[in-house]
Write a protein that binds this ligand. Structure first.
Ligand SMILES: [Mg+2]
Length: 187
């Protein structure tokens, strides 16, 4: 896919396919997480168990986590924030980059050591482009979407149809790029 040259770093069915240890080895220090349909199926209250386990593992490895959500419900976001032990930026208005910048500033981590995980091309994908951070796009966790997202999903699917799934290829590409950046020493 190429939308104005934009390409997600990686596309996976679920976040669990991405090993947090790989992120840490690739120099990532901060993971920004979208909430709805990335961590919590839309319309539900609790994060998916595999997401909870993933966040726990990431924290053990020393990765910082933060939720950056367009959701207006402060109560729902606080619940998810507590469940994932991650601070939250509410009403982030993605794809505008301000919420992403705010989360990076609060964590004290620059864009080059940050990654965003989300389920929507036009909010998370475009937001990552504007904030200049890589994005991992996951499949939405439920078929429930806000009405305007429902309208955009077919276009999103069309634009993403030639983007292959798989973490290993993305991991290897990033490792190679980092190796080139640091004079050939792959990490
Ligand atoms: Mg979402």
């Amino acid at each position: 896919m190429s939308v104005l040259g934009f390409k997600p770093w990686c596309r996976v069915h679920r976040l669990a396919e991405v090993d947090p240890a790989d992120l840490e080895a690739l120099g990532v220090r901060l993971v920004l997480l979208d909430r709805d349909n990335t961590c919590v199926p839309r319309g539900e209250h609790d994060p998916a168990p595999d997401v909870v386990a993933w966040c726990e593992r990431a924290r053990e490895l020393g990765l910082r986590l933060a939720l950056v959500s367009n959701n207006w419900s402060v109560a729902a976001l606080k619940t998810t924030s507590a469940a994932l032990e991650a601070p939250v930026v509410t009403f982030a208005l993605k794809p505008l980059p301000f919420g992403l910048w705010s989360a990076m500033e609060a964590a004290g981590v620059p864009a080059e050591q940050t990654v965003l995980v989300g389920d929507q091309l036009f909010t998370d994908g475009l937001g990552s482009l504007l904030a200049n951070i890589p994005v991992i796009l996951v499949d939405p966790q439920s078929t429930r979407d806000l009405f305007y997202t429902r309208w955009l999903r077919p276009l999103e699917a069309r634009l993403m149809e030639d983007v292959p799934y798989g973490w290993e290829r993305a991991r290897a590409e990033r490792a190679r790029a980092r190796g080139a950046d640091s004079g050939g020493k792959a990490s």
